[in-house]
Design a protein around this ligand. Sequence first.
Ligand SMILES: *[C@@H]1O[C@H](CO)[C@@H](O)[C@H](O)[C@H]1NC(C)=O
Ligand SMILES: *[C@@H]1O[C@H](CO)[C@@H](O)[C@H](O)[C@H]1NC(C)=O
Ligand SMILES: *[C@@H]1O[C@H](CO)[C@@H](O)[C@H](O)[C@H]1NC(C)=O
Ligand SMILES: *[C@@H]1O[C@H](CO)[C@@H](O)[C@H](O)[C@H]1NC(C)=O
Ligand SMILES: *[C@@H]1O[C@H](CO)[C@@H](O)[C@H](O)[C@H]1NC(C)=O
Ligand SMILES: *[C@@H]1O[C@H](CO)[C@@H](O)[C@H](O)[C@H]1NC(C)=O
Ligand SMILES: *[C@@H]1O[C@H](CO)[C@@H](O)[C@H](O)[C@H]1NC(C)=O
Ligand SMILES: *[C@@H]1O[C@H](CO)[C@@H](O)[C@H](O)[C@H]1NC(C)=O
Ligand SMILES: *[C@@H]1O[C@H](CO)[C@@H](O)[C@H](O)[C@H]1NC(C)=O
Ligand SMILES: *[C@@H]1O[C@H](CO)[C@@H](O)[C@H](O)[C@H]1NC(C)=O
Length: 457
Amino acid sequence: MRLSPLFLASLVADVALASSLAFGNEAIPAGASIEQPRSASYSSHLSVRGHHKKDNWGNALEQDRKTIKIRASSNDTDDISSDFLWALKKANHGGLVYLEKGKTYVIGTKLDLTFLKDVYVKIDGELKFTNDIEYWQANNFYYDFQKSITFWVWGGKDIKIFGSGLINGNGQAWWDGFSGAEILDPDNKFYRPILFLTDNATNIEVSGLHLKDSPCWTTFFVRTKNVVFDDVYIDAVSTNASTLPKNTDGFDSLNVDGLTVTNTRVNVGDDCFSPKPNTTNIFVQNLWCNGTHGVSMGSIGQYPGVKDYISNAYIENVTLLNGQNGARLKAWAGPDVGYGYIDNITYKNIHIENTDAPIVLDQCYFNINETTCAAYPSKVNITNVNFINVDGTSSGKEGRVVADLTCSPGATCSGIHLEGINIASPAGSPSQIVCDNISGDIGVECISSSEADDGDD
Ligand SMILES: *[C@@H]1O[C@H](CO)[C@@H](O)[C@H](O)[C@H]1NC(C)=O
Ligand SMILES: *[C@@H]1O[C@H](CO)[C@@H](O)[C@H](O)[C@H]1NC(C)=O
Ligand SMILES: *[C@@H]1O[C@H](CO)[C@@H](O)[C@H](O)[C@H]1NC(C)=O
Ligand SMILES: *[C@@H]1O[C@H](CO)[C@@H](O)[C@H](O)[C@H]1NC(C)=O
Ligand SMILES: *[C@@H]1O[C@H](CO)[C@@H](O)[C@H](O)[C@H]1NC(C)=O
Ligand SMILES: *[C@@H]1O[C@H](CO)[C@@H](O)[C@H](O)[C@H]1NC(C)=O
Ligand SMILES: *[C@@H]1O[C@H](CO)[C@@H](O)[C@H](O)[C@H]1NC(C)=O
Ligand SMILES: *[C@@H]1O[C@H](CO)[C@@H](O)[C@H](O)[C@H]1NC(C)=O
Ligand SMILES: *[C@@H]1O[C@H](CO)[C@@H](O)[C@H](O)[C@H]1NC(C)=O
Ligand SMILES: *[C@@H]1O[C@H](CO)[C@@H](O)[C@H](O)[C@H]1NC(C)=O
């Protein structure tokens, strides 16, 4: 249908009236604005005809949302956190916060964003954290699990964060400050914030964005149901040759049901994708990882007396370049650890190049020697794991061994199946697959570690 100019003019008047009624008496932060959607009034006039399209959670589409804008920062310490918080409160229940292209929005104050319900955040500009280490180490959200801290916590229901923009963790100062320390060292007190963390959240979708230079893990999902990352680029690159961007994992999780990552690239110096305790229903497709510690299930079984699990993962079409590990399962061993299981995991169509340990089942995590691992073996069972069509090259660091599957004598490893494995080692051929203490046939020829040419003399 065609709308007459007069009809359109009346719509505009409605919009102006609605916004002055709704917001007329409230202070709007300097430089902020609220725009009603063109199509909302349009649809309210035509609502008898109904049938408006909804998003995948049954909420309004982008064009049907009111848009909240805030002023940008004028320099790297110009903190707009309170404006951003105001905007999220205004946009909550059906609106959209918009951060414009070419502008930088600096966050210098910790933010509790756990009140959200049906909100879109469109980031075409840059959201950047201050690197005031003293402030953030005194002001953050803390999680006991691996002593994690974060700048902000996202929680609630139906949250979409998307756009062509950047979330910048400004990590260089953090990596420099952390130099020489070790995150899992019980004495470490130099905590670094996680760049994006959800807690007690249901339905989170992040797409299009670049997540850059996180001080520590890039993402961590806690007590979360249904989180989807699509078309995201994650990197952490140090400009200081003597400090590495340590522990900047791409994806971590704890007590999560439904974790999906698709069409994503990760260039960091630690785990690319590594769900942690109690993560189930995992789906990964078209993932590219460079220089990482691989796509790992775990680590799990870290805390004494605590039962952890990871189950139902389908990982397909992953490229892993220049890393320590490729496809990996990792569980803790030692005198003071927990127990649990990893079950029903499929890695399919995995391409690996120049990687130290392309396929690994490691039950001697973290940082313990063979003697201690043998005395206190892992109690994490590993069952029903498929590695199907894995090709490429190792770095040769583990000699001719390209797959090392060593099960703990304290646990059961069964239903481990390899098929279509074609990984060459520059250290010589044929390459070797180690299988120790795995019960049943693994589908390919394999040898025990004592027979292996693994580069140790
Ligand atoms: C940064 O911008 C704020 C707000 O415009 C201003 O008050 C402050 O002086 C600026 N700081 C620097 C270092 O330029
Ligand atoms: C989790 O969020 C819901 C609302 O989404 C709230 O009712 C509940 O109290 C929260 N639980 C915790 C443990 O914070
Ligand atoms: C690199 O990091 C080290 C360790 O923190 C620090 O001493 C040094 O000043 C840094 N170099 C530069 C150029 O910032
Ligand atoms: C596999 O993933 C890569 C990105 O890493 C993508 O370019 C390619 O199209 C994907 N292949 C298939 C068959 O989807
Ligand atoms: C991949 O990682 C290597 C070393 O980790 C680095 O030199 C190279 O620049 C990275 N490539 C890309 C495309 O990021
Ligand atoms: C995992 O879930 C179990 C219950 O099945 C719970 O006892 C345990 O504390 C959880 N692990 C963590 C690390 O939260
Ligand atoms: C194994 O996980 C897949 C998802 O990857 C799921 O569809 C399937 O039902 C699971 N199998 C069992 C026996 O739970
Ligand atoms: C591990 O497997 C053993 C025997 O196969 C079983 O007795 C034990 O309960 C399992 N542990 C867990 C945490 O599932
Ligand atoms: C293994 O580690 C334990 C605990 O740190 C230590 O006491 C022991 O001497 C180590 N053994 C070897 C052979 O290095
Ligand atoms: C395999 O398990 C047996 C006990 O079941 C143990 O003696 C042996 O050391 C284990 N081998 C390896 C390589 O862990």
